[in-house]
Design a protein around this ligand. Structure first.
Ligand code: MG
Length: 168
């Protein structure tokens, strides 16, 4: 098994949608980003790549590459899963830090959305939401959002012709 951690931050500005975990959140501000700015999915991608020792999101999906402009982060997450096909996801735990918007009502939908994007059971996905208690500068004033992720992946096993287990 291998552990991975991910962290991401985005500035929040007016006239941008706020998308977290693939779910559109009602808000008058959204993430300023090259992609759709899904802070939670970006942190999950970094955690998956880190666990598999495959670098980070910027290496695989550079913001300088025009093909990633305004791209759905769900597509980037699916591409990431293609890179780590030798592993299965054991569990994902995450925390979103956002000052002004109460995210708890959205958490069931976010878990369903992430489970669907990654084709995993939502029972292994945990999402927690909290404020910055008015601290942490831009986060505390509602002008930025942070996501933190820890997850575990496991090498897939198969059974060969002789019935013995081996690692793929
Ligand atoms: Mg990001």
């Amino acid at each position: 098994m291998r552990i991975g951690t991910g962290w991401d931050i985005h500035q929040l500005v007016e006239h941008k949608p706020l998308i977290i975990g693939g779910v559109l959140i009602e808000s008058n501000k959204g993430s300023l980003a090259h992609s759709d700015g899904d802070v939670l999915i970006h942190a999950i991608i970094d955690a998956l790549l880190g666990a598999a020792r495959l670098g980070d999101i910027g290496t695989h999906f550079p913001p300088s590459d025009k093909k990633y402009k305004n791209i759905s982060s769900a597509l980037l997450l699916r591409e990431t899963l293609n890179l780590i096909q030798d592993y299965s996801i054991v569990n994902i735990d995450s925390t979103i830090i956002l000052q002004d918007i109460h995210l708890n009502p959205y958490i069931p939908e976010m878990r369903r959305s992430l489970a669907s994007i990654m084709n995993i059971d939502e029972s292994i996905i945990s999402i927690k939401a909290k404020t910055a208690e008015g601290l942490l500068g831009e986060v505390g004033t509602g002008n930025a959002i942070i996501a933190q992720v820890a997850l575990l992946i496991d090498e897939k096993q198969s059974v060969d012709d002789t019935g013995s287990l081996y690692w793929v």
